[in-house]
Design a protein around this ligand. Structure first.
Ligand code: AMP
Ligand code: MG
Length: 316
């Protein structure tokens, strides 16, 4: 299959209307989308990504008028989160309506819904005219794509179209909150932080250990991992500089150590670290780096999401 490259949301939307799948930019990472009401198109997402069938997709909407068809009702906490954070990098897990096919949600009776803020994503979703289910546009298990080139590296020849945009702003996947239970549960950390959410609904809580795999099936799968081994260090001096190693963090290694690493990235802030992480992982793989040392950050704000992704990448 030839993968078309375009910067036109209208052209990209035509592939969706023809039952094909399209990669598109959002503020979090690039997504791989299909019409939520087209099970055969959704099956192409799972095939192209080699994604396990028990990993549910997120439905992306252009505006709130598209929400009604996807859900049975809107819990009051979800209403508050929508008022505060839509459009933005927040996915709400809601009670699914019967018209959403089971393949989209891995057979769950809930559906994750998000309204992206990114202008190109919005234009694309509007042109599609239907909600678009989309996971990240990478081969399953690999770091999520934050550039269109990363999408092409993983999926060229396996999808119909890539809608080109800039490197994504946030760089980590959306925050996911389960709103189908009395006290909402943070299923996946992201740019909308626990502190942000708590300011709107104080009862929100973290997952318990037991819930961590059952509540959000996708979370049990290996994720975000480069081919290189990922090692978390508290300080740059804990990393072992070699020609096969790389380092990313807020603090710089000593000048002598710095010269020895094959790749080195210093970030001015935790936001910048989150923005850079997945691209850095992919660059390290292209350079055949064997070990990537990642400096730990405080688990507040987007730091909670960043440490979650690094910890998962470090898990073998
Ligand atoms: P991805 O877009 O590739 O990051 O994958 C979407 C992720 O969102 C899944 O792996 C789940 O962790 C989460 N998710 C999507 N829909 C649901 C749902 N209905 N219930 C719980 N978690 C969900
Ligand atoms: Mg993903």
């Amino acid at each position: 299959m030839k993968t078309a490259l375009t910067t036109s949301p209208l052209k990209a939307a035509r592939f969706i209307l023809a039952g094909e799948v399209v990669a598109f930019p959002t503020e979090t990472v690039y997504g791989l989308g299909a019409n939520v009401f087209a099970p055969e198109a959704i099956a192409k997402i799972f095939a192209a990504k080699r994604r396990p069938a028990d990993n549910p997709l997120i439905a992306h909407i252009a505006d709130l008028s598209q929400l009604a068809s996807l859900i049975t009702h809107l819990p009051s906490a979800a209403h508050k989160f929508i008022d505060a954070f839509f459009p933005g990098p927040l996915t709400l897990v809601l009670p699914k309506s019967a018209v959403v096919p089971g393949i989209a949600t891995a057979g769950l009776d809930t559906v994750g819904v998000r309204m992206p803020r990114h202008p190109t994503a919005h234009a694309f979703l509007e042109a599609c005219g239907v909600p678009i289910v989309a996971p990240s546009a990478n081969v399953s298990g690999r770091p999520s794509p934050t550039t269109w080139q990363a999408v092409r590296d993983d999926l060229d020849g396996f999808i119909s179209c890539i809608l080109r945009g800039e490197q994504t702003k946030v760089g980590l996947e959306s925050t996911v909150v389960d709103c189908t239970v009395d006290a909402p549960v943070l299923l996946r950390a992201g740019a909308i932080s626990l502190e942000d959410l708590r300011a709107i609904v104080p009862a929100i809580r973290l997952r318990t250990v037991d819930e961590s795999e059952a509540g959000s099936p996708g979370l049990k799968h290996r994720h975000y991992a480069p081919s290189a081994r990922v090692v978390v260090v508290a300080h740059p001096s804990d990393a072992v500089p070699t020609r096969d190693a790389a380092y990313i963090g807020l603090e710089a290694p000593s000048p002598i150590q710095a010269k020895t690493f094959k790749r080195l990235m210093m970030c001015d802030s935790v936001d910048e670290y989150a923005h850079a992480l997945f691209r850095f992982f992919r660059q390290c793989d292209a350079d055949r780096v064997e070990v990537i040392y990642c400096q730990a950050v405080e688990e507040t704000g987007i730091g909670l999401a960043l440490m979650d992704r690094i910890a998962r990448a470090a898990r073998r």
